[in-house]
Design a binder for this molecule. Structure first.
Ligand code: AHR
Length: 487
């Protein structure tokens, strides 16, 4: 087995890892909300106020820190007033982006904020700029956050919620260069300035405003909006980047049937996130030292599963997705100086979901387990770390990140993308003495996935790691993700 040396320096703290980097995204798309998170109060599936209890538990288990809603493309067609009040009289609409299905608005503002309270996570709203008005968005913020007497706060009270909710994260539109209005950056940037002006900080609530950033490598978009918006009116800009095996939206490739060559190409595309962050942040730095990046849509996007609605974006999730998730989260940790938040697309039954459901059945995907194994990075301090390079099929095989937790323990996460080589990692650690080590591993054939007949084919197992004089030693099997905790 090939030996690789690694190093960590506990004195070299690099940046704070915001827990929001471990965020998720829930859109009114396919079975993410309806028949996913939300089954309605009358469902035979155990629920609280219509939200599946098993989903609430699963979200809490990984400490899901922030949830983005209601879209996506859906956000720029969503009119929040249609989703409040008596359910039977809520207005219906066509979900034109996603399958042309009827949206009955039974899951709306009150349901979303109550869901976030149940999970204990921050809500992240995507406001409607594409087809909405400044007044409509301003009223939404007042409805949610104003404590005094006002038309919107009174409306909230009439709908059964006395106290305002807290709202920190607010996105002003979504993909404004595409489904969110097909705008030019100059036009959007001016609109952004106007819309955000009327989104007020009510009753001690403080908004963290996110401007609609670039698609993938549209550096011109970043340059233009940074020039016009600057950091006076926004705290972050978004970035959207999906990992597509073929690199081509028209024929993306199957989630479960792929060649080794396609697999390595997928990992290479996932690793590209690092370069995107580098280049966009270099442009952002020309204008501001404070502006952050919210990668509020990322993940693998494949062809839909056979026999499912093409507009529902339902796909399976294999060990390949686990490697992509681990590689990407290691990148986000390593770039936590600039990445303040990230939201995997999407949380249930859509794209690289962490949970799949079928009626009352529920399974946790390999990607879910990666979020579980990485959760102690949340709100920790990134440390300098390094692993000797091992190439596999033209890409670096091993990725890692290491952080120091508030409780004094150290979390190390590793991914081995190689399909045929195990490695022995010998890690030297400076300025940290551990007396205890525990390790977990997620590994298996790259095409393995959990299904409803066998929902636990892939789940983390205990792993062996040995404390050494210099630090810690363990094996990293081919196609695996490992988490080592030292205390
Ligand atoms: O996540 C699916 C879609 O991808 C979102 O609605 C949109 O923002 C992006 O193009």
């Amino acid at each position: 087995m090939k030996k690789l040396s690694a190093a960590v320096n506990a004195l070299d703290k690099r940046s704070h890892i915001n827990r929001e980097i471990y965020g998720h995204f829930s859109e009114h798309l396919g079975r993410c909300i309806y028949n996913g998170i939300y089954v309605g109060e009358d469902s035979p599936i155990h629920n609280t106020d219509g939200i599946r209890n098993d989903i609430i538990e699963a979200f809490k288990e990984i400490r899901l820190p922030v949830l983005r809603w209601p879209g996506g493309c859906f956000a720029d067609e969503y009119h929040w007033r249609d989703g409040i009040g008596e359910k039977s009289s809520r207005k219906k609409m066509v979900n034109t982006h996603w399958g042309g299905v009827t949206e009955d608005n039974s899951f709306g503002t009150n349901e979303f904020f109550n869901l976030c309270e149940k999970i204990g996570c921050e809500p992240y709203l995507a406001g409607n700029v594409g087809s909405g008005t400044v007044e409509e968005l301003a009223d939404w913020i007042e409805y949610i956050t104003f404590d005094g007497v006002s038309p919107m706060a009174d409306l909230r009270r009439k709908n059964g919620r006395e106290k305002p909710w807290k709202l920190k994260y607010l996105g002003i539109g979504n993909e404004n260069w595409g489904c969110g209005g097909n705008m030019r950056p100059e036009y959007y940037a001016d609109l952004y300035r106007r819309f955000q002006t009327y989104c007020r900080n009510f009753s001690g609530n403080e908004l963290f405003k996110v401007a609609g950033g670039p698609n993938v490598d549209d550096y011109n978009w970043t340059d233009k909006i940074m020039g016009i918006i600057g950091d006076a009116h926004a705290k972050a800009i978004s970035l959207h980047y999906y990992t597509i095996p073929s690199g081509d939206f028209s024929s993306k490739g199957s989630a479960t049937k792929f060649t080794d060559e396609e697999y390595y190409r997928t990992i290479k595309h996932a690793q590209y996130m690092d370069r995107l962050i580098d280049k966009h942040s270099a442009i952002m730095k020309k204008y501001s030292d404070n502006m952050k990046l919210a990668v509020d849509e990322w993940g693998c996007w494949y062809d839909v599963e056979e026999g499912t609605n093409p507009g529902f974006l339902y796909q399976q999730n294999t060990m390949r997705d686990a490697i992509v998730a681990a590689v990407t989260l290691n990148i986000f940790n390593s770039r936590s100086d600039i990445v303040c938040m990230a939201n995997l697309a999407q949380v249930v039954n859509v794209l690289q979901a962490i949970i799949l459901t079928d009626g009352e059945k529920l399974l946790k995907t390999p990607t879910y387990h990666v979020f579980d194994m990485f959760k102690t990075h949340q709100d920790s301090e990134l440390l300098y770390s390094f692993t000797e390079n091992a190439e596999t099929n033209g890409i670096p095989a091993v990725s890692q990140s290491v952080s120091l937790n508030k409780d004094g323990s150290m979390t190390m996460t590793f991914a081995n993308a190689s399909l045929d080589e195990d490695f022995e990692i010998d890690c030297a650690i400076t300025a940290f003495s551990a007396s205890k080590v525990s390790a977990r591993i997620l590994s298996g054939d790259v095409r393995l996935f959990n299904d409803f007949e066998c929902p636990e084919k892939i789940k983390p197992a205990e792993h062996t790691a040995e404390l050494t004089e210099k630090g810690v030693k363990f094996t990293l099997p081919k196609c695996s993700v490992a988490c080592i905790i030292l205390s």
